[in-house]
Design a protein around this ligand. Sequence first.
Ligand SMILES: [Zn+2]
Length: 276
Amino acid sequence: MRRGILPIVGSRIESATRPPCSRRPILLTPRIDAFDRRLRGKRIVDVGRRGKRVMIHIEQGQTIVIEPRMTGIVLLADPPSTEHLRLRITLSGGANDQLLFWDRRGLGTVRLMTAEEIETTIDAKLGVDALIITVDELRSRLCQSKRVIKVALLDQAAIAGVGNIYAAEILFRSGVDPRTRCDRLSRAQWQRITAETHQVLDDAIRYEGSTLRDGTYRNAINGEGSYQSHHGVYDRAGKACHRCCEGEIRRIIQAQRSTFFCPVCQRKTGIHRSLL
Ligand SMILES: [Zn+2]
């Protein structure tokens, strides 16, 4: 998402409006009139990311913090439907004349924040970013936890930026059963999980995310991501594992979220021979 909207850097904000929407409104702070007033005429100086949030930095120390949650997306044009369009920021002086926030379920949030607010309400609560976390950082945060590893990987205070699809893929590629308790994992397994976290997320970014069968996730120009065709387990329940060709991918629920895994590649004890 961050890379997709990078072309807006240098543009000036003309206005911010909430398009008419009959759905339950998303959380927007401050209210749209104050949001618009504080941004009008200001230049966008950078687009960053903190965990799963897109951070649009505006001159004079303000930042638009977009947290997409389940179905939110940022777009430069062409929303999938006008019905779920939640915010339109009109731009001038650059390649794009608008930035849109679209959200089918409406669980996403948009907040205008100062640097101090970001420090106290976001940075203070986030773990080390998943793209750069080291094995020692990950292990020291989780190795005494009695939680199962799949659930712990989604704990943003421990490691920031891993979502549900990628947690399943990381554990599949690590050969670790998602039901394994953190305090039972070996150092070699932590090493493998850390390395695969970097690899899976790098790949997912390169392939612009996963557009599942519901078609919700789109890139910034309303195109599909393609990481879904590289999934080893996610959304593949009942299908043969294409790594070991023996296991049938299973779906279970952990902490109210779907988990997919291969019972052969991800045996509870030991690493399957296909991974050695
Ligand atoms: Zn397998």
